[in-house]
Design a protein around this ligand. Sequence first.
Ligand code: SAM
Length: 181
Amino acid sequence: MEVSVLRIGHRFVRDDRITTHVALVSRAFGASTVYMTEVDKSIKESIAKVGNIWGGESDFNIEIVQDWKNVIYSWKKNSGKVIHLTMYGINVDDAISEIWKLTKALVIIGAQKVPREVYTLADYNVAIGNQPHSEIGALSIFLDRVFKGEELKKNFRGAKLRIIPNGKGKRVREASDGDIS
Ligand code: SAM
């Protein structure tokens, strides 16, 4: 399934780190594009640097958009479904079997309160539990449910460095062509 993320809203300075983490989580846990509004353009450079070292640079995009509604409309026009993560939605466990049938999903997360319209434009309003927490927490759990944990085993193409998993410390080596899957 192709999954993209739309982040609506951003509080300047205060949200800089959170917004960067939204992009890092999207990239690391299997999304292909993150659309962001009102964000500092330097975020694109920071994430490109991560992709350059750890791989997948050309498989993940950040798009800074002026109008979030246009992203939703064009997504729907291209046969994609829209999933809004909100504490007011239906439990992820009650929606996931429908979501697994989709081929294209746009996942919407907010920064603060999202405009009311998002609830009606979404095909699914999905809760990661009905307690308030965070867009990063919600997105992480949602992507893990969608990809059933497989996203954690993904081999990112074109990495310069690879981690050799180690229970006692850090081991890193230069990547080779044989690593590409
Ligand atoms: N009280 C705010 C509201 O009315 O939406 C919560 C904002 S929260 C800081 C930012 C984003 O985190 C929300 O827009 C939503 O996407 C996500 N979020 C927070 N708790 C969630 C939950 N329990 N389930 C799904 N998404 C959640």
